[in-house]
Ligand binder design. Structure first.
Ligand SMILES: Nc1nc2c(ncn2[C@@H]2O[C@H](COP(=O)(O)OP(=O)(O)OP(=O)(O)O)[C@@H](O)[C@H]2O)c(=O)[nH]1
Ligand SMILES: [Mg+2]
Length: 352
């Protein structure tokens, strides 16, 4: 399936129905009084999260969404029909922005989160609404309120706990295929992975977390080299990053240069991202006959106090240790985030 993480759409809500001007006319009932009903409300445009989805593909080609108008009010106090809402299902992690101002309108992260992007116009009041003891024959009614049209940007930032980053061919897709049910394409040429892949990892303590394989980053990616850095937006919401570095004999790049190249691109993309918790993973150690690169990288990680792991996805070496560590850290980071949120909440309550 094609992965689309950025689309622009036009959404308009329905016009409210017109109120009705009418009087009761029946045999033997003179001066029956006003009985014009109210108009129906215009339909809303509503976004709702559907966890089954993981792309915005549906909205790439269908870009215009119009909710239905409200029905007009009718005589005999009949209310016009309310216009039907349009429900637009989006994947979790969709950010909705106003295209004209760039303002973030909503960030839909959990299942069934909803956002009303365009509210339907109110129906106009019929003349029955305006009768009073002093005004018994109101000969007026209200028109319905117009709907609104909004230009929106939908941007998807995947909701993963751990992001895999590294140069092309570092072994990112092989690792995600080893530890989850995800089956990305794997090959010995750069840029095999062209779009991010998600995998659910069942860790040894029976908890699970989501891992994202982010397409390879190369020098000058922020200037558009290779696939560029646009997929790095999917690393922004992760709790931590795993930086994979090939230390096998096949690698023709020194591990520290490899590390620094990717870090520089992260930093140029966003300083927030480069501050994210990181662990270094030396990959393909089954094919490292001379362990020079491995030792250099390990010493480098130790000197910088960065957690270090060495694995071989092919020979299944070191995978379990890595999983135990990831499950533990993801859980701890989630807990700190939750407790800092509740502290913020209680501070807000005290202030208000
Ligand atoms: N010997 C050995 N080869 C591996 C291992 N892991 C990956 N490879 C090989 O390395 C090559 C690249 O692996 P991928 O998993 O496609 O690398 P990637 O980082 O996803 O690459 P891009 O998608 O291009 O960024 C493939 O030929 C894999 O078979 C490993 O643990 N040992
Ligand atoms: Mg890949």
């Amino acid at each position: 399936m094609q992965f689309v993480d950025y689309v622009t759409i036009i959404a308009s809500s329905g016009h409210g129905g017109r109120g009705c001007l009418s009087f009761r006319r029946e045999k033997y009932i003179p001066f029956g009084g006003p009985n014009g009903g109210d108009g129906g409300k215009g339909g809303d445009v509503v976004f709702i999260v559907d966890k089954q989805l993981n792309t915005l593909l549906d909205y790439k080609y269908n870009r215009i969404y119009n909710a239905r108008n409200g029905g007009h009010g009718m005589g005999k106090d009949c209310h016009g029909q309310n216009g039907e809402d349009i429900k637009i299902s989006v994947p979790a992690g969709t950010i909705i922005k106003n295209k004209d101002t760039g303002e973030v309108l909503a960030d839909l992260t959990s299942e069934f989160d909803t956002y009303i992007a365009a509210r339907g116009g109110r129906g106009g009041k019929g003349n029955a609404h305006f009768k009073s003891s002093t005004h018994r024959t109101p000969r007026f009614c209200q028109p319905g309120e117009p709907g609104v049209e909004v230009n929106l940007i939908l941007e998807l930032k995947l909701m993963a706990d751990v992001g895999l980053i590294g140069l092309p061919n570092a072994g990112k897709s092989t690792l995600i295929a080893t530890i989850s049910e995800a089956r990305p394409k794997i090959a010995d040429y750069p840029f095999t992975t062209l779009v991010p892949n998600l995998g659910v990892v069942k860790s040894p303590d029976y908890t699970s977390f989501v891992i994202a394989d982010i397409p390879g980053i190369i020098k000058d990616a922020h200037l558009g080299a290779g696939l560029g850095v646009r997929f790095l937006r999917h690393a922004e919401r992760t709790k931590m990053l795993l930086h994979l570095i090939d230390v096998s004999d096949m690698s023709d790049i020194d591990p520290i240069t490899s590390f620094e190249t990717v870090c520089k691109e992260l930093d140029d993309y966003s300083s927030e991202l480069s501050k994210k918790e990181l662990a270094i993973v030396a990959t393909k150690i089954d094919a490292a006959s001379n362990q020079e690169n491995l030792i250099i990288l390990k010493e480098f990680a130790l000197s910088r106090d960065i957690p270090f792991f060495q694995i071989s996805s092919a020979a299944h070496i070191g995978i379990m240790e890595l999983l135990i560590y990831l499950a533990k850290r993801v859980k701890e980071i989630k807990q700190t985030q939750l407790s800092s949120l509740s502290v913020e909440d209680s501070l807000e309550k005290v202030n208000s």
